[in-house]
Design a protein around this ligand. Structure first.
Ligand code: CA
Length: 276
């Protein structure tokens, strides 16, 4: 409605101006507006024209406000879409990184396996040779007569053959059992032999040795050689030569004690030879 009115009024004004020979002579415009009829018409139309201009301004403002709202909505939607896209991209990136790490881990494991296998293969011949040399050295240190008569069940510990027997018995039982096993209740030549055998013994257990002072107090003899025991390493408080019931020697945590020979919760150690 407003549009139609605006059009009509402007058309009327244009027609009047045109009829006033505006096209033929610019001075006619001034003359036209000085025309009493036209001037009166324009005076009458002025409030209506102002009203129309105001209405048009309001529509413009409304349209601008609407455009602003649409712009904000679009911006909000664009931001939401961007956030969703970023989230999706991040999830994809994390998945890819996890897969990449897994693949790298597998590659690393394979690489280590290959390297370890290669090194092991290269070192194996050297290791075999070294072991053969060590075994030869040990055998060379053992008297030939002894190596020829090693009963079964004995192992080379240090430079001699011993058998560790984890069964309980008193000292005389242990002595008899060693003879049944082809050897003798053991004694040691030096500290190195004790150090070599100690890691093979059960912790917190006593082991009978083939040493006693039954015949003469304080005179400790090897039952294998019937000679004085060549090496004694006493624990604190031993030997107790005042107690005549403590005549048999045991080994506990690498040290020797003289205890009652009838003590029967004691393991024992045999040796293959009777030279010590
Ligand atoms: Ca004694």
């Amino acid at each position: 409605m407003h549009n139609f009115g605006t059009f009509f009024l402007w058309a009327l004004a244009a027609s009047i101006l045109w009829q006033g020979s505006l096209a033929e002579d610019p001075r006619s415009v001034y003359m036209c507006f000085n025309d009493p009829i036209v001037s009166s018409c324009l005076t009458d139309l002025k409030p209506m024209l102002n009203q129309l201009v105001k209405a048009q301004d309001q529509r413009t403002r409304d349209a601008e406000a609407k455009l602003d709202r649409l712009d904000r909505q679009l911006q909000t939607k664009a931001e939401d879409s961007q956030a969703k896209l970023n989230k999706s991209l991040l999830a994809v990136q994390e998945k890819l990184e996890a897969k990449l790490q897994a693949v790298l881990k597998q590659l690393q494991a394979v690489s280590e396996k290959i390297d370890a296998a290669k090194v092991e293969n290269q070192l194996q011949p050297i290791s075999d040779k070294m072991e053969a040399c060590q075994q030869a050295d040990k055998l060379a240190a053992v008297p030939a007569a002894a190596t020829n008569t090693i009963p079964s069940g004995y192992e080379l510990i240090g430079s001699r053959y011993f058998r560790i027997v984890n069964e309980y018995g008193d000292w005389d039982t242990a002595k008899r059992r060693c003879r049944e096993m082809g050897g003798y209740l053991a004694s040691f030549q030096n500290a190195e032999e004790i150090n070599a055998i100690t890691p093979k013994l059960k912790a917190y257990h006593n082991y009978w040795l083939g040493i006693n002072d039954r015949d003469k107090e304080g005179h400790f003899v090897s039952v294998a050689s019937q000679k004085p025991a060549p090496f004694l390493k006493w624990a604190r408080g031993h030997p107790d030569v005042t107690n005549h019931e403590q005549n048999c020697v045991s080994l506990y945590k690498g040290e020797m004690s003289d205890i009652d020979c009838k003590t029967d919760a004691v393991y024992f150690i045999c040796q293959a030879d009777n030279e010590t």
